[in-house]
Design a protein around this ligand. Structure first.
Ligand code: LLP
Length: 433
């Protein structure tokens, strides 16, 4: 999807990135629809069509917009939402209710009510408080909810600690302590308003090996077995979360989806054979893996400052407001000067943003051709958790999102205006002098 033309300009899904920067301004998020389509195709080929009783839901926290909901629905995936706002977006896009799963460690009463009213397919219950709240809500509406329990499987993973979610000491999920999980299982089985379907885990993000998924799966299967033996109740749904790693820089060597899926499915099939369970349903919930490499961000270079014998700072017109990941997780990115693809590498620079924070560094030690103000920097693999974590720090506006496909470009999210930013500001009368 990434290519260059004879004038050494970067093309993305058939679109000239310099033309995009001129047409829409920068910073600009650009998403390739064809990359999203090819990721969904791989999910269908290596999972949905290969194994029966499988479902994939896109964790839309990675990147959400109305148009993205439409693409995900068209490509045959469901949607994982984690807030009233994400659910509202899905509803506004007419996303089919039964294909929505609702995650989150502190869903409010009104969020749960919204989910029950819309009829979402699954509620992933994160704790015992939520189980009680959900039961009360369902009772008052005389409705029932299909639930999975999110468990904390207690596995360690090799990723940044802020995106680790499955270790014992985590705010997410129900601990595997028999005084906590066993009564919850019993309550769910006995409740008139709860349909207890199975277990869910999500152990963390940007993983390049499958060991932790397999360990978490063992923990979930033990609970399936316990539930069957103790209560004579067979749950037949397992949601394995997301977390599959992508390529940000040449240091990342992401594995295929099959590398994760095949051993997982073998283990589940073995278990089901031994325990006489014949219709286990398996769900995956990838976010980054679908959206990450589908997005790039275009910036315009502004001030360039060389501190002799120290470094050259190249400032761009965005930064931690449109991509907070380097500041938050020390995330690494690769980038090029989109209008100088053929130039020779000649120096190492540091790309910094325009926020009033010394930590607003997008890329340390990037090798680039000679850069001048006005050049366009294209940062790769910014599709996941860039736009969705964007913020208005220093009252910078949130950039537009453009969808490109086969040489055509369309705005799917307009650039925020200064007035958009001030829309909810009020001056009380007494201060209106
Ligand atoms: N399912 C659940 C329940 C999750 O909590 C998450 C991510 C996912 C699925 C999707 O994970 P993925 O496939 O995208 O790794 N802001 C961080 C990532 C936080 C992820 C939180 N949960 C980042 O920028 O790396």
């Amino acid at each position: 999807m990434i290519s260059k033309n004879n004038n050494s300009v970067l093309y993305f899904d058939g679109c000239n990135t310099i033309d995009l920067a001129n047409k829409y301004g920068t910073p600009l998020y650009v998403f390739s629809e064809n990359v999203i389509i090819s990721r969904c195709k791989e999910i269908r080929e290596s999972f949905l069509n290969k194994y029966k009783n499988t479902k994939a839901v896109y964790a839309c926290k990675a990147f959400l917009s109305l148009a993205m909901c439409k693409i995900i629905e068209r490509e045959g995936l469901g949607l994982d939402v984690v807030s009233g706002g994400e659910l509202y977006t899905a509803i506004k896009a007419n996303f089919p209710a039964d294909k929505i799963e609702f995650n989150g460690n502190n869903k409010s009463q009104s969020e749960l009510e919204m989910a029950i009213d819309y009829g979402v397919g699954r509620i992933i219950v994160d704790n015992c408080y939520e189980l009680n709240l959900l039961e009360t809500i369902c009772k008052s509406k005389n409705k029932s909810a299909k639930i999975l329990f999110r468990i904390t499987p207690g596995v360690k993973i090799d990723t940044h600690k802020y995106i680790t979610t499955g270790n014992k000491d985590s705010k997410f999920g129900i601990p595997l302590n028999e005084n906590i999980i066993y009564p919850a299982i019993e309550k769910a089985i006995n409740s008139k308003y709860i349909e207890f379907m199975g277990f869910h885990f999500h152990i963390g993000s940007q993983l390049h090996d499958n060991i932790s998924h397999l360990a978490a799966l063992d923990a979930s299967l033990s609970l399936v077995k316990y539930t069957k033996e103790k209560h004579n109740y067979t749950v037949n749904e397992l949601n394995l979360g997301g977390g599959f790693g992508i390529k940000y820089t040449n240091d990342d060597e992401p594995k295929s989806l099959s590398y994760f899926i095949d051993p997982i499915m073998n283990k589940i099939n073995d278990f089901c054979g031994k325990n006489h369970i014949d219709d286990m349903h398996v769900i995956i919930e990838p976010g980054r893996w679908i959206a990450g490499e589908a997005g790039i961000t275009l910036y315009t270079v502004g001030s360039i400052k060389t501190i002799p014998n120290i470094r050259t700072y190249v400032a761009i017109d965005g930064g931690m407001t449109d991509n907070i990941r380097p500041a938050l997780y020390q995330a690494k990115y690769d980038a090029v000067i989109a209008n100088k693809l053929d130039s020779k590498t000649y120096k190492t620079v540091t790309i910094c943003g325009k926020c009033c924070e010394s930590g607003d560094i997008l890329i340390h030690d990037l090798k680039t051709p000679e850069i001048s103000p006005g050049d366009i920097l294209a940062v790769f693999s910014t599709g996941a958790y860039g736009y969705s974590m964007a913020n208005n720090y220093n009252s910078n506006v949130i950039p537009a999102v453009v969808l490109v496909k086969d040489g055509k470009d369309e705005v799917i999210v307009k650039r925020q205006s200064y007035d958009d930013m001030l829309r909810n500001n009020i001056i009380p009368d007494r201060l209106n002098f």
